[in-house]
Design a protein around this ligand. Structure first.
Ligand SMILES: N[C@@H](CCC(=O)N[C@@H](CS)C(=O)NCC(=O)O)C(=O)O
Length: 210
């Protein structure tokens, strides 16, 4: 299996962490979506990461589908899904908000670095979408006392939150702080300290078209 994409992408990092926790062997190709567009295009016409090449050559794109595939096929490691249907619904809500924040963080970054005159309307909208989703997640996390979102068991909800917050803090430091979001900050710090989060990590590198 080959995972294409750099770990400064929260979406790629989520997949890399899940592969590790499921103990699935993979080769990592840390290609940039801009700098390595030519070789990436051989696998993914969308020029996006994560891109996962399965052992039979099938190429999966988009973290949602890739992670669903891993959940269905993993034979080792603890499941990254909670067992109760109610918790699964909660998990999907958390992941929807967390990955939505990352979508907006990436869009905001591209707007700022790739446009000569970034749109004020668009950048303000991204910032307010991000802070709205963070506030929703903060209030949901604040009423839970466990180390992970679901008791003592790491799930996709934790991985999505941890990778989203680390990415957001690196690329838009003004949009996240421990005072405004204490419960999310504490949660992200706990995840950051895990060996798998340290291993599947790359400092943020702004995109370049060269
Ligand atoms: N919905 C996608 C989002 C992935 C995404 O936004 N990846 C970024 C890197 S963080 C990317 O490929 N950007 C290049 C582009 O969209 O042109 C997923 O969950 O995999």
């Amino acid at each position: 299996m080959i995972l294409i994409g750099q770990y400064d992408s929260p979406f790629c990092r989520r997949v890399g962490i899940a592969l590790k926790l499921y103990d699935i062997a993979f080769e990592h190709r840390p290609w940039s979506t801009f700098g390595d567009a030519d070789r990436l295009s051989e696998f993914n016409p969308l020029l996006r990461v994560p891109t996962l090449v399965l052992d039979d050559g099938t190429v999966l794109v988009d973290s949602y589908g890739i992670l669903a595939h891993l959940d269905e096929t993993a034979v080792r490691g603890q499941s990254l899904m909670p067992s109760s249907p109610a918790d699964r619904t909660t998990l999907r809500r958390v992941i929807g908000l967390a990955s939505g924040i990352s979508d907006k963080a990436v869009a905001l970054f591209y707007e700022q670095v790739l446009h000569d005159n970034p749109s004020q309307l668009f950048t303000d909208r991204c910032r307010s979408q991000i802070s709205g989703a963070l506030a929703a997640l903060e209030s949901q996390r604040a009423v839970r006392n466990s180390d992970y979102w679901f008791e003592d068991h790491i799930t996709h909800a934790d991985i999505a939150l941890g990778t989203t917050i680390e990415h957001l803090s690196a690329c838009h430091p003004a949009l996240f702080d421990a005072v405004t979001y204490p419960a999310l900050h504490a949660h992200a710090e706990r995840l950051k300290a895990l060996a798998v989060f340290k291993e599947i990590y790359q400092p943020f590198i702004p995109p370049t078209q060269e």
